[in-house]
Every structure is written in C-alpha cells, then in structure tokens.
Design a protein around this ligand. Structure first.
Ligand code: HEM
Ligand code: HEM
Ligand code: HEM
Length: 446
C-alpha cells in the first residue's frame, strides 16, 4: 500500500501536464464538433442507400400539388409545405405579408450564424432576387447573400396579402458558411422563419413578432413549433443559464482546485491548511449543488432540442455532481491518520478528487460552449479568463512541486520544536500510532 501511495504522489506532478493536454484538446474541440455535426448529417443522409422521400411521412397532407406535407407554424401567419425527393428538398412557404418571406436553417435556433432563403423583395428600386443569405448579425448590414448555397426552382407569388415563396435546396450540401439540409429519420432540422412587416420595403428588420424558430424532420414529418418559443421565456432561461454557469464555474472550476492546492502544498506547512481545504471544498460543493438545482429545475425544456454534443456536457455535469457528493460524504468519515485504512482512504480521496477537478475544468469549457449555442451570447472573454486561470494554476502547481522543500514530517517537527524550546511543556501521549509530541495544526480534525 505504501508503494501505491508513493506512486500516487509521483503521479500527482503529472496533473499540470494533464491540464495542459486538456486545454490543447479543447482548443481543437470547436472544429471537431463542427466536423462531427457535418459527419452526422452525411452518415444519416446516406442511411441505407435508399432514396429518402417524405411520401410516407406521418404529417398533415399538403393541399398543394407536388408537396407531401404541411406544417402550420403559426396559424394565419406562416406555414411551410415540403416534399423530399432524394437529393432535393422542395419548399413552399406561405406567409401573411406583402413583403419578403424567409426560411432559415440554423445551427442553434438563433438568427445569428444561420442561413436563410429570402425573397421576394417587392421594392422596385434596389429589389433583390430570391436567394440564399448568411445571417451574420442582427442588422441589415450583417445579412449578406451566400452564393455557395444552391437555390433551385425559385419563384414567388403575392395575392390578397399572402405571399407564397417556393424553392428547392440540395440535401447535405456542405461548404463555407453552409448550414446543411438534413434528410434523416429522427434528425430534425432546426429552422427559422421570418417575414417583413407589411408595407416595409427592402431588407428590413422583421419586428419582434414576425419571426420564430421551429424544427422539422423532413423524412418522418415530426416537428416542433419552437425550441424556446417566446422571447420572455428565452431571456428568462438565459439568465438562469448564466447563474448556473457562474456557480459551477466558481464552485467546481475554481474553489475545488484551489482547495486541493491548499491540501497538497499546505499540509504541515500552513497552520490552517486543513480548514482551508475543507472550507474550499465544502463551499465548492454547496455552490455546485445550487447550480445543479437551477439546471434540474429550469433546463428540462431544452432537452427536446439536444444534440449529442450537448448531451455530453449534460452527462459529465451529472457525473461530477454525483461524484463530488460521494467524495464529500466519504471525506467526512475519515479514519485516523497513520492507520492502514487511512492510507487506502487517502488513495481513494486523491484519485476521486483529482478526477473531479479535471472533469470539472473540462466541463466549464463545455458548459460555456453550450451556453453560447443556446443563447448566442459571447463567451470568448470568459473562455480566455478561465484558460488563463487553468494555465496559471498548472504553473503554480508545477513550481511548488518542483521548488518547495519537502514538508517536515511529524517527528521532524517535534525535533525542531525541542531544539527551539529545550524545556517543552509536558505533552500527553496521543493515541494515534504515528502522532509525534507536537501535533500538526488542526490535527484534531485531520
Ligand atoms: C433582414 C434583416 C434582418 C434584421 C435586421 C434582423 C434583426 C433581428 C433582431 C434585431 C433580432 C433581435 C430582436 C428580436 O428578437 O426580434 C432578431 C431576431 C431574430 N431573427 Fe432576425 N433579422 C433579419 C433577418 C432575419 C431572417 C431572414 C430570419 C429568418 C430566416 C430571422 C430570424 C430571426 C429569429 C428567429 C430571431 C429570434 C431569435 C434570435 O434572437 O436570434 N431574422 N433579428
Ligand atoms: C469534493 C470535495 C473534495 C475534493 C475534490 C478533495 C480533493 C482532495 C485532494 C485532490 C487531496 C489530495 C491533495 C494531495 O495531493 O495531497 C485531498 C486531501 C485531503 N482532503 Fe480532500 N477533497 C474534498 C473534500 C474534502 C473534505 C470535505 C474534507 C474534510 C472535511 C477533506 C479532507 C482532506 C484531507 C484530510 C486530506 C489530506 C489527506 C492526507 O494527507 O491524509 N477533503 N483532497
Ligand atoms: C463543472 C461545472 C459544471 C457542472 C458540474 C454542470 C452540471 C450540469 C448539470 C448536472 C446539468 C444538467 C441538468 C439537467 O439534467 O437538466 C447541466 C446543464 C447545463 N449546463 Fe452545466 N455544469 C457545469 C458548468 C456549466 C457552465 C460553466 C455553463 C455555462 C453557462 C453550463 C451551462 C449549462 C447549460 C446551458 C445546461 C443545459 C443543458 C441542456 O439541458 O441542454 N454548465 N449542467
């Protein structure tokens, strides 16, 4: 067992390298996630090799010739008809407006970062053709045509205040800035619709009620009206996510690693190392618990919209939550120092504690990315600040591990004490086997 412990001790200096490796892999994470999302679609798209159609979809039948299904997204305002025929998806969007009509594909359910086919612009001066756009921001100057996206058979007609926009898109089309059309049973497309307010000319802001996210599985016909369907609910959720992120980031991402540092390097050096460790860890677990209660109470609505990448943050978060509680409970029932069972306890405490801390760091980055996906809020600043914290932590850890003199053990402390005070006050014998004349600070609880 002694050998195992010394192995754990020699392993622990590897922690910073581990953290660096995690950071480096995180830097690559965004691109791999994007790539895997694309892979997903192409894998599913070619499914069994059979031609995918919407002919057998369990949807409301479209009354339009050439279309299989119709989804009334908002009664009296917007409906979408479609037919899937192998590599082509035919769309007819019918909206109550005399201005432009847009059908978008979105990676997040948010406007920014999406593609949309928009048309027609009734404005005789400076009007535009039906074409695909990249929605780079929430202002007209950031909505640009995207010629990489193929738009076929485009046409439109406006009659009695209602505009019908028709076009076809290629399934699984990929390329720079393209959000692909997915044709795979069980994989919904995240869509957006928006229309211009009546009487407006040119490409203008649609207004707060003329737009909405929704989702459609073009093969099965399954659909959902909106991921987060009204503005108030969306803002409310965003504020809960932010609170969850701060609590988790500080509790799990900062306090737990600092507490471990206090134990590893403060032991037998700092007078109150034990209290420092226990207070950091218990506070960390309390903050984590409040954060998890927020997640359990408010984030359920999002689960319908989850992709695999999101589910991963979910499950790591849940694992950390359970393990941290196990660690806390086991920490409260410690065997006396110096005993064999205490060494086993330490080994467990060390491995589990280190594991929780590493997973916690990774999950803070994953959580931030998820928050960005849902809300589109910028997270670059928070990501950089936390990366600096992790790097600095690793540096301090490495420096202390390399340059700090070994801490005096109990016997040595006693000797030092004796040589400083030649006539020490009488000490009562301690019942613990390796306890020396002068107990380490906080020893009553350690
Ligand atoms: C033409 C230029 C456009 C401008 C200036 C614009 C502007 C904006 C603004 C300011 C917001 C935030 C306020 C709000 O929620 O209403 C917003 C949200 C939204 N926009 Fe647009 N938009 C444009 C085009 C589009 C298009 C073409 C689509 C869909 C195909 C779209 C879909 C949405 C959706 C679904 C939201 C709500 C979700 C979110 O906040 O991202 N927008 N837009
Ligand atoms: C989730 C919460 C916790 C985590 C992640 C954690 C993590 C750690 C780690 C990584 C170490 C090893 C430091 C080293 O390398 O020497 C350690 C040591 C220690 N921890 Fe914790 N800890 C937690 C909670 C607690 C609690 C609540 C207590 C006591 C109330 C506690 C008591 C100790 C003690 C006494 C040591 C030193 C053990 C020894 O050297 O024999 N820990 N902890
Ligand atoms: C290490 C720290 C973290 C832990 C332990 C953690 C834990 C959790 C747990 C347990 C859930 C699932 C709740 C449920 O079952 O519905 C969750 C969801 C979520 N967390 Fe975290 N989290 C952490 C960090 C973060 C951070 C820094 C953010 C950024 C704001 C974040 C954002 C989210 C979001 C957006 C969800 C909703 C996921 C969904 O339901 O799709 N998390 N987290």
């Amino acid at each position: 067992m002694g050998r195992a412990i010394s192995k754990a001790r020699t392993l622990s200096p590897l922690l910073p390298f581990f953290v660096f490796a995690v950071l480096a892999s995180l830097a690559a994470l965004d691109s791999t996630q994007a790539a895997s999302a694309e892979n997903n679609t192409s894998i599913h798209g070619t499914d069994s090799g059979a031609t995918l159609t919407s002919k057998n979809a369990s949807c409301e039948q479209s009354p339009f010739a050439g279309y299989d299904c119709v989804l009334t997204v908002v009664p009296g305002q917007f409906e979408i008809h479609w037919a899937l025929d192998g590599e082509l998806l035919y769309i007819a969007a019918v909206a109550t407006t005399t201005g432009w009509v847009a059908v978008g594909w979105s990676p997040t359910g948010q406007m920014v970062g999406s593609n949309a086919v928009i048309g027609p612009d009734p404005n005789p001066v400076g009007g535009f053709e039906i074409q695909a756009f990249r929605l780079g921001g929430r202002s007209v100057s950031r909505v640009h045509p995207n010629p990489n996206i193929t738009v076929l058979f485009a046409s439109s007609v406006t009659m009695e205040g209602v505009t019908r926009l028709e076009f076809a898109r290629l399934v699984n089309e990929s390329g720079p800035g393209i959000v692909p059309v997915v044709a795979a049973k069980g994989v919904p497309n995240r869509m957006l619709w928006a229309v211009s307010p009546d009487g407006s000319t040119g490409l203008q802001y649609h207004g707060p009620t003329n737009r909405m996210p929704f989702s459609v599985d073009f093969v099965s016909g399954a659909s959902a009206r909106a991921l987060i369907d009204d503005e108030a609910h969306y803002r409310h959720l965003a504020s809960k996510m932010r609170a969850h992120g701060w609590l988790m980031g500080f509790g799990v991402g900062v306090l737990l690693p600092l507490g471990a540092l206090a134990s590893r390097f403060g032991k037998n050096r700092l007078p109150h190392w034990f209290y420092l460790h226990a207070v950091c860890q218990i506070t960390g677990v309390i903050l984590m618990t409040i954060g998890a209660i927020i997640a359990f109470s408010y984030f359920d609505a999002l689960q319908r919209a989850q992709s695999h990448a999101q589910a991963r943050q979910h499950s790591i978060g849940l694992t950390i939550f359970i393990l941290a509680w196990v660690q806390l409970l086991i920490a409260l029932f410690r065997p006396s120092p110096g005993t064999r069972i205490r060494r086993i306890w330490f080994l467990w405490h060390w491995f589990l504690g280190t594991g929780i801390i590493i997973m916690g760091g990774v999950n803070v980055f994953l959580g931030m990315a998820l928050f960005h996906k849902y809300t589109d809020y910028g997270i670059q600043g928070a990501r950089v600040v936390y990366a600096i914290f992790v790097s600095f932590y690793a540096l301090v850890y490495l420096a202390l591990d390399t340059f700090l003199k070994p801490a005096p053990d109990a016997a040595e402390r006693a000797r030092i004490q004796l040589s400083t005070f030649p006539n020490p006050a009488p000490q009562y014998p301690d019942s613990r086997p390796d306890a020396a004349a002068v107990p380490p600070s906080g020893a009553g609880f350690v």
